[in-house]
Design a protein around this ligand. Structure first.
Ligand code: ATP
Length: 239
């Protein structure tokens, strides 16, 4: 469904992504791992339409995305949960969730939106308890849950998660990955996950790619990469 073919991204003279091809099939969870500066975030931003590509092509269900704005890509079912979680801090948790569904209000009934809110609350019970709290006063972990919950409010075909564990305490990280695993199990949303914690990312992944200096160095199933001596020594530390 999502096809990235020979894509390049440059910032001035710096080539951050150099001819990357990856694929995300329906219901799959695909992880991208790689060290700092290997081009992971740039690739995600190119897919979402937040930066231009200077070579190659990106398509969803065979439709080429060139010339399609980030906003219109969201309408096509692409939800990007960015690295620095950007929730609306002044608004309540509930308002944040409703804002996440803004594109659906035109064509869907309130009851259908409420149904998704229920689903999000079932995944994140804490958000139900905190629905009237000002979002900016929640803990880092709670804000991350809200950011993912808000992305799910779109009922996206494709969910892009950029470093969901960033800045979180270990026990909260466990919680976040449990949730990502549960979203994966529904197999209704395909997930592209970028994560520094390579071991976690590979455990969850159906397939994964290792990016190095803007190119795909290794690809395979999550299991193959976990067992790969090269991946083990470079990315898996003690695991
Ligand atoms: P990290 O894990 O540290 O977030 P990453 O794999 O996501 O890294 P990118 O953020 O995509 O890597 O960065 C790839 C390269 O592009 C880096 O050398 C970075 O300095 C450069 N880069 C990223 N954004 C910009 C920008 N807006 N302007 C100039 N250079 C940039």
């Amino acid at each position: 469904m999502l096809k990235v073919d020979n894509v390049g991204v440059s910032y001035g003279g710096i080539k951050a992504v150099r001819g990357v091809s990856i694929e995300l099939k329906p219901g799959e969870l695909v992880s991208l791992i790689g060290s700092n500066g290997s081009g992971k975030t740039s690739l995600l931003r190119a897919i979402s339409g937040l930066v231009d590509i200077d070579q190659g092509s990106i398509s969803i269900d065979g439709k080429d995305l060139s010339g399609i704005s980030a906003h219109d890509r969201v309408k096509m079912g692409l939800a990007h949960c960015p690295e620095a979680r950007k929730i609306f801090g002044q608004q309540s948790v509930m308002d944040n969730l409703l804002l996440g569904a803004f594109l659906r209000f035109k064509k869907e009934k309130k009851s259908e939106i409420n149904q998704t809110i229920e689903e999000v609350f079932n995944i994140f019970p804490k958000l139900r308890d905190r629905q009237n709290q000002q979002a900016g006063t929640m803990s880092g972990g709670e804000q991350q849950m809200l950011a993912i919950g808000r992305a799910l409010m779109l009922k996206p075909k494709i969910l892009i998660l950029d470093e969901p564990s960033m800045g979180l305490a270990p026990v909260i990280i466990d919680e976040v990955f449990n949730v990502v695993g549960r979203i994966k199990e529904t197999r209704t949303t395909s997930i592209l996950l970028v994560e520094q914690l390579a071991y976690r990312a590979l455990q969850l992944a159906d397939r994964a790619y290792v990016l190095e200096q803007g190119v795909v160095r290794i690809e395979g199933t999550g299991k193959e990469l976990q067992d790969s001596p090269e991946v083990k020594s470079a990315y898996l530390g003690g695991h």
